[in-house]
Design a protein around this ligand. Structure first.
Ligand code: ZN
Ligand code: ZN
Length: 361
């Protein structure tokens, strides 16, 4: 297949340029874009494009994709693909991972982006390209169409691979726009809309949702931190066996489900979570207050837990006050100042010890 030509012969390291390099859409997935290019140039999979770019197929199938090298073969400037810093440096112990300029670096980088291909059959049918939203590991439901993402081919039953014939065509030749659609729970769709708008830097306060998520509190949380919070609460549950480092759709659905349970119908979802047995492993003591303090301290140790998360800690403390049964002035060791008023209001008889309170961070 001859669809490449060479330019700048004086530069021996210059890689061949592809004949057809359509401009990437602003929000396009990098892997989705490469697939679109591969298809446009008549290749049958990304595996054929990889050696032309002097990359291994393994690199093409991982987040370890040298984005700058790719820019070279696409004839773009080095910076043009900077919005996809899937891996920036392998020298760094903590590589900065970016997606569309959002910093997704965290203690557990590996799980913020998925290397697996998922698509919404309706979106690829109407858009013709794959949004970078689908690169996020938690993107398993289409925020626009409310359906579960396609992760397997209905015809050959294989997991959807980036190494396929085209954006909407499986390796086996099946048309991915024709697969049956499964409706997702509405709270999942609402959560996906929040993530999608954050990725697009559009205010979420305009969303009309019925799930009762704390939108105004979520508004000020950057995407990377927001994802960290969702993953963190999942790790507090008994379901943490699914939150191993594997890139598993099942594990990600579990994160979504837990987050929807906790943050929908705010703060009642959180209260139900705190009452449940699911988080008993964090605090096994019988006294409620001891248990409550344990969770609070676990949260406070988390890197993502900053002032943006006061609405969570405030609710945990309110829950503690409301359901403690008896008052304990230990509460003031960690109680945010904002809660003193709440405490005073509902507990007039309590003698407040001034100056003994401090918030974790
Ligand atoms: Zn869709
Ligand atoms: Zn197939």
């Amino acid at each position: 297949m001859i669809s490449w030509f060479r330019v700048n012969f004086e530069m021996s390291e210059q890689l061949p340029l592809l004949v057809r390099t359509p401009t990437p859409f602003e929000d396009e997935s990098l892997f989705g874009y490469l697939l679109r290019i591969s298809e446009a140039n008549g290749y049958t999979s990304l595996a054929e494009v990889a050696p032309l770019a002097k990359l291994s197929v393994k690199q093409f199938n991982s987040k370890h994709l040298p984005v700058k090298k790719l820019a070279g073969i696409l004839g773009f400037s080095q910076e043009s693909l900077d919005r996809y810093k899937y891996i920036e440096t392998s020298q760094s112990l903590h590589p900065r991972i970016q997606l569309l300029g959002h910093d997704l670096s965290s203690a557990n980088n590996a799980r913020r982006l998925s290397i697996k291909s998922r698509v919404c059959p309706l979106c690829i049918g109407s858009n013709g390209y794959i949004s970078a939203f689908w690169d996020l590991s938690l993107a398993l439901v289409c925020p626009r169409h409310g359906i579960i993402a396609t992760t397997k081919c209905a015809k050959c039953k294989n997991t959807l691979s980036w190494n396929r014939l085209g954006v909407a065509t499986c390796r086996c030749g099946a048309d991915l726009t024709g697969v049956s659609q499964r409706k997702a729970p509405s709270s999942y769709v609402d959560l996906m809309q929040i993530i999608h708008l954050k990725l697009a830097r559009i205010p979420i306060s305009t969303l009309k949702q019925k799930s009762g998520f704390p939108l105004s509190d979520f508004e000020k949380i950057p995407l990377g931190q927001f994802l960290d919070i969702l993953f963190a609460f999942n790790s507090f549950t008994l379901n943490r066996k699914y939150s191993a480092s594997s890139d598993s759709n099942y594990a990600y659905l579990n994160v979504i489900d837990t987050a929807c349970n906790i943050f929908s119908d705010w703060p009642n979802g959180l209260r139900t979570f705190l009452r449940s047995d699911n988080n008993r492993h964090i605090y096994s003591d019988k006294s409620f207050w001891t248990r409550f303090k344990g969770l609070y301290r676990v949260l406070n140790k988390s890197l993502w837990f900053d002032a943006n998360c006061n609405f969570i800690s405030d609710e945990i403390i309110k829950f503690g006050i409301d359901e403690m049964g008896e008052l304990n002035d230990t509460l003031f060791e960690i109680s945010p100042i904002a809660l003193i008023a709440y405490y005073s209001e509902c507990c007039h008889s309590f003698q407040f010890k001034a100056g003994s309170h401090s918030i974790g961070k």
